[in-house]
Design a protein around this ligand. Structure first.
Ligand code: HEM
Length: 92
């Protein structure tokens, strides 16, 4: 399981932040994963991703979390954090 950190400190990578936050909030989700991918700006640069596509991606994440039994507070955190990352994904 990977996790997100605080919505206000989303500077590096989505997955490493997920790991930080899920470990803090949910000891049962503790995992060994470390994100080694690109930062979000680099990953999405030049794709001209639209707002609607971004919202659709968030909806998919939420559906997956629901399917796997994630609790409402964690789902709310993830929505807030993903939304806070929009400047690194939409039309960059
Ligand atoms: C909440 C929104 C999103 C997050 C958190 C996110 C996160 C990521 C991450 C972590 C990667 C991996 C980077 C790597 O390869 O190291 C990635 C890659 C990618 N994302 Fe997103 N993404 C989001 C939305 C979207 C949307 C809306 C699209 C397209 C409509 C998209 C298209 C892609 C593509 C094509 C790649 C592969 C880039 C490559 O291989 O160079 N992403 N994204």
């Amino acid at each position: 399981m990977v996790g997100l950190a605080s919505p206000v400190s989303c500077s590096t990578t989505i997955a490493s932040e997920l790991a930080t936050d899920c470990r803090r909030r949910s000891p049962e989700l503790r995992g060994p994963e470390t994100y080694t991918g690109k930062d979000l700006l680099t990953a999405h640069k030049g794709m001209n991703i639209r707002e609607q596509e971004y919202i659709a991606a968030i909806d998919d994440v939420l559906s997956a979390m629901e399917k796997h039994g994630a609790r409402q507070p964690e789902r709310d955190d993830v929505v807030a954090i993903l939304y806070s990352l929009k400047g690194q994904v939409i039309r960059v």
